[in-house]
Ligand binder design. Structure first.
Ligand code: SF4
Length: 356
C-alpha cells in the first residue's frame, strides 16, 4: 500500500499501480518487513512507511446506510449494531466539528504511545452514502488537519457512484502527501450467506467496485467475517483465498460478534445458541491461523479478531479478552512455525495491485 501512488488522471484513463513492497524477490518468509510478527500487520506497514504506528480515530459523520434507510432494506445487515458498526466512533453533526473530534480522539489516545500522525477513520454506517457536497466537506476537513496522515472510509461497494469516485480522485490529487483508503464490507463471497445476513448486493457488485477503485489508484481493504451462520470452515477459507486474486491491499478478519439489539442476537436466542461457530478461543485461533497461512504475503492484515463494546457483546464472551487472544495466537503460530502465505500457492504480479 503506497501513499505516493497518485493517479491524477481522468477517470476514463486506466492507470497502473505502483509502490507495492517488492516481495517477489524475497528469499523467504516471514519477511523482515513484518518486524518480527508472523504476518504483515497494519502496525508494521505504518512503521515501514511512516516510521511510526498510526492510530485510528473513529468518526461517525452522521451518515446512514441504504440497507437501513429503506433504499435496500430497513433492517440492515443482521449483525449490525445500532451504531452502524461504528460503536466506538465520535458522532458529528456538521463538517465544522471534524477537527475538534479529531483533537478529542487524539486526546483520548494520549495515554498510549502514539506517534505524531493519525488516521481519520469514517467508520460508522456507510461512509460514501450522502450528497457529494457533504462528502467532500467532511473528507476535506479531515484531510486538512495537520496531524492526519490520511483517511480511511468504510463503505459498501454499491455506494461508489461515478461522482464519488471523481471526488476521491480529486482529493487524492489535492492532498498528494496524504492517503485515501476505502474499506469494503464484503463479509463473505457466498451468495446464500450474503442473502441470509441481508448484505444487499451480489459479489459482482464488489468486483466492479474493485475495478473502479483500482482505476483511480485507491487502495482497498476488505472486511470478512469468520463464523457467519451456516458457513463451514471450507466456506470461510474460500472467501479468504478468493481475495488473493483480487486487487486488494488489506484485509480485516473479524470474528462474528453477536451484539445486543441485533437480529442476529434474536436468531441465536431462538434457534441456535449451541451453533455459534467458534465456541472457544482455540477453535477460532486454529481457523484464523489456517486463514493467515493462505493469505498472499503482501496483503496487510488490518485486523485479525475485532473488538466489540463489552456492554453490547452477547457472544462469544471469550473474545472480550483481546490481549489474551492475540498473545495466544502469536504463541500458537510460533509453535507451529506458521506465517502469512505459508500455504499460498500463487505468484506475485508486481505492480498489478494498488497498494496502501
Ligand atoms: S452495510 Fe454496514 S452500516 Fe449498513 S447495515 Fe450493513 S453493516 Fe450496518
Amino acid at each position: 500500500m503506497n501513499s505516493t501512488n497518485n493517479n491524477c488522471t481522468n477517470l476514463s484513463e486506466p492507470v497502473s499501480s505502483a509502490g507495492m513492497p517488492d516481495f517477489s524477490h524475497s528469499a523467504k518468509f516471514p519477511s523482515p518487513l513484518w518486524l518480527g510478527k508472523p504476518y504483515y500487520s497494519l502496525d508494521s506497514y505504518c512503521k515501514n512507511t511512516f516510521n511510526e504506528k498510526l492510530y485510528k480515530i473513529s468518526l461517525d459523520a452522521g451518515f446512514t446506510c441504504p440497507n437501513r434507510d429503506g433504499t435496500i432494506s430497513h433492517g440492515g445487515c443482521i449483525f449490525c449494531s445500532e451504531g452502524g458498526s461504528g460503536d466506538f466512533a465520535e458522532r458529528l453533526t456538521s463538517p465544522e466539528q471534524i477537527r475538534d473530534a479529531l483533537l478529542a480522539g487524539r486526546e483520548r489516545l494520549a495515554q498510549k504511545q502514539t506517534g505524531n500522525k493519525f488516521i481519520a477513520y469514517f467508520q460508522a454506517y456507510t461512509g460514501t452514502y450522502g450528497p457529494v457536497e457533504y462528502l467532500e466537506s467532511v473528507y476535506r476537513a479531515a484531510l486538512s488537519v495537520d496531524f492526519v496522515a490520511g483517511i480511511s472510509i468504510a463503505t459498501r461497494p454499491d455506494c461508489l457512484p461515478k461522482e464519488v469516485l471523481s471526488l476521491l480522485q480529486t482529493l487524492k490529487c489535492e492532498f498528494p502527501e496524504k492517503f485515501i483508503w476505502i474499506e469494503l464490507g464484503l463479509q463473505t463471497i457466498h451468495e446464500s450467506t450474503a442473502r441470509f445476513i441481508r448484505r444487499g448486493y451480489p459479489l459482482s457488485c464488489f468486483e466492479q467496485a474493485l475495478e473502479n477503485l483500482d482505476a483511480i489508484g485507491i487502495p482497498v481493504i476488505v472486511h470478512l467475517i469468520l463464523g457467519l451462520p451456516g458457513e463451514t470452515k471450507e466456506d470461510m477459507l474460500a472467501s479468504v483465498t478468493y481475495l488473493n486474486n483480487q486487487k486488494v491491499a488489506g484485509v480485516k478478519l473479524q470474528l462474528l460478534h453477536i451484539l445486543k439489539n441485533t437480529e442476529l442476537a434474536a436468531y441465536y436466542q431462538e434457534h441456535a445458541a449451541e451453533r455459534i461457530s467458534f465456541q472457544t478461543r482455540d477453535e477460532y485461533l486454529d481457523m484464523l491461523i489456517t486463514c493467515i497461512e493462505h493469505i498472499r504475503p503482501d496483503i496487510v492484515l488490518h485486523r485479525i479478531t475485532g473488538d466489540a463494546p463489552k456492554k453490547l457483546l452477547i457472544a462469544p464472551l471469550w473474545s472480550g479478552n483481546k490481549r489474551d487472544v492475540l498473545n495466544t495466537l502469536h504463541a500458537k503460530m510460533k509453535q507451529r512455525s506458521a506465517y502469512q502465505g505459508k500455504q499460498w500457492k500463487g505468484n506475485f504480479h508486481a505492480g498489478s495491485f494498488n497498494t496502501l
